[in-house]
Design a protein around this ligand. Structure first.
Ligand SMILES: [Zn+2]
Length: 86
């Protein structure tokens, strides 16, 4: 079974997997779309509000990244930051 590193967490995952079993990032097809997002896209107050409310509804992080059109590591960092504030 061919393996390749996950584009989000770098863990080796099957190229056939639909999503990474380690971090939950959706595989390949979505990789092409998300790779066009700049690594440091700006966060607006609106983004924070949306992120917090969805996070509290237990929306998975990779889904939050997709909804907010941000990269997964950036979303994780932001959640940590917002959790410290509140
Ligand atoms: Zn991963």
């Amino acid at each position: 079974m061919p393996l390749e590193p996950c584009y989000e967490c770098n863990k080796e995952i099957s190229t056939l997997a639909r999503s990474c079993p380690n971090c939950g990032a959706p595989s390949k097809n979505i990789k092409k779309k998300t790779s066009s997002i700049p690594p440091t896209s700006e966060w607006t107050a609106e983004d924070d509000k949306k992120l917090l409310s969805l996070y509290k509804k237990r929306v998975p992080e990779f889904a939050l990244a997709k909804i907010l059109k941000k990269r997964l590591p950036a979303v994780r960092e932001r959640i940590i930051l917002l959790m410290k504030k509140n």
